[in-house]
Design a binder for this molecule. Structure first.
Ligand SMILES: [Zn+2]
Length: 446
């Protein structure tokens, strides 16, 4: 998923994607990346079933299979990501303050008013100007973070040309979808001056739900090819597991994520009848069959445990909270600086950079809370996946593969603040704990 599309949807309420859209990413096919984690083919002796099986010892044995340099690289990549969260935030604050204090935002509004006399269209034209200008200002950080850094760590597969083309496609989608959203929101603010914070939250939520619903089917094909998977060796165990768990899936889909990245991933997307199971080609190429089943069990957990709906409830609460705070903060800042910035009031599109500024502060502070909400769901899906797939060793292998871009053994506070999925160590330990209580399922050892 392109980062700019996220920016647009994050505008109103969420810098989060719904669980339905979240990828259980992991690593690598084709060209050997620098960071490649080992595919642990053989189960370490300490993780073999025995009468002295101990989850902690088994976990450490799996972790010991990772070469020191691969682990150092993964730690460096992930810890660098902590700083990027901060730099992105500060960079965004500076850009917003520039737009306001230099009155660029007011000038863009004036241009939009000259282009057409239709008030509704002013908002859309302003949005296009705003998104193009901020994309240019943010481009240095964008290209460093999403192109050079990904290449440096061996996670990217694109050269600059195709990468930039994808970036532009994201920008176009952002202009179109974002324009629809801001027109709706300004429509609400203009008509319901007293209750717009409530209706604004509702409109943003409905928009977000529609986005989650259409993205996998209508937006993903702009970036990747999605095909039906026809290898019965892979699909049959998955479809049998789906049937056994009451999931209405007839087909399994494959997406050519290797076009952009070496990360492995899978997801269950959509809801109701648009529900579909998708694996990415990196997982298919590099994951063992046990590993694929363990990952699919996890994805089915998201579905059966209704994580999409629970996430929507969470998002709605956050949206109402955000819009209520936004109402107060906008009133306060406009009373102080509105004239200086050339903003006429909350119905003026020139207010957008201020809304984005306040939103980025809100979501920056909220980050550990949203991470913890999502990570808790991920942990639930892990438990469900172990029970459904009965592949604790496949799950441990997957956790190691995913460790290519996620630090394996963080401190507890670090995991709480920064992780939107359980760490590799937590996941392997959970798998080995499950295995310890189900040793009767593993007569003899491989
Ligand atoms: Zn998940």
């Amino acid at each position: 998923m392109n980062s700019r599309m996220l920016t647009v949807c994050g505008l109103a309420l969420l810098c989060l994607l719904a669980p339905a859209m979240r990828a259980e990413e992991a690593p690598v096919p084709g060209k050997k990346p620098l960071t490649e984690m080992p595919s642990v083919i053989a189960i370490p002796p300490e993780a073999q079933p025995s009468d002295h099986f101990d989850p902690e010892t088994a976990t450490n044995a799996y972790l010991a299979a990772i070469p020191a340099d691969a682990r150092a690289r993964s730690d460096a990549y992930f810890e660098g990501g902590y700083w990027l969260v901060l730099w992105e935030f500060l960079y965004g604050v500076v850009v917003a303050l520039l737009l306001l204090n230099l009155r660029w935002s007011a000038k863009m509004r004036d241009w939009a008013e000259r282009v057409t006399r239709f008030r509704l269209v002013h908002t859309a034209v302003y949005w296009a100007e705003y998104l193009v200008l901020t994309s240019i200002l943010i481009f240095p950080l964008d290209v460093y973070e999403n192109y050079f850094r990904e290449r440096k760590y061996g996670l990217a597969t694109q050269t600059f040309g195709p990468w930039f083309k994808d970036d532009l496609k994201g920008l176009l989608i952002g202009i179109v979808l974002g324009a629809i959203l801001v027109m709706l929101l300004f429509g609400v603010v203009r008509r319901m001056q007293r209750t717009w914070h409530i209706w604004g939250a509702v409109v943003a939520m409905v928009f977000f739900i529609l986005f989650v619903l259409i993205a996998p089917v209508y937006l993903l094909p702009f970036f990747n090819k999605v095909t039906k998977l026809n290898d019965p060796r892979v699909t049959q165990p998955i479809l049998r597991m789906a049937e056994a768990n009451g999931i209405p899936a007839r087909d399994v889909y494959e997406v050519d994520a290797s076009r952009q990245t070496t990360r492995m991933s899978a997801n269950v997307s959509g809801f109701g009848h648009t529900m579909r199971i998708t694996l990415n080609d990196n997982l298919l190429k590099r994951g063992s069959l046990e590993e694929i089943q363990a990952v699919m069990g996890h994805e089915m957990g998201h579905y059966v445990l209704n994580h999409v709906y629970k996430f929507m409830m969470f998002a709605l609460i956050i949206a109402v909270l955000f819009f209520s705070l936004l109402r107060c903060a906008l009133g306060w800042s406009l009373a102080r600086w509105g004239e200086k910035w050339g903003i006429r009031g909350i119905t003026d599109p020139a207010v957008v950079p201020l809304v984005i500024l306040l939103g980025s502060i809100f979501f920056f502070v909220l980050n550990p809370v949203s991470n913890t909400f999502i990570r808790t769901q991920e942990y639930e899906a892990d438990m469900y996946g172990l029970n459904a797939s009965r592949q604790p060793d496949g799950f441990a292998r997957a956790a190691i593969h995913l460790g290519e871009y996620r630090k394996m053994s963080p401190g507890r506070l670090e995991e709480w603040v920064f992780y939107d999925h359980p760490s590799g160590r937590s996941r392997i330990y959970a798998a080995m704990r499950w295995k310890a209580e189900n040793l009767h399922l593993f007569p003899g050892s491989k």
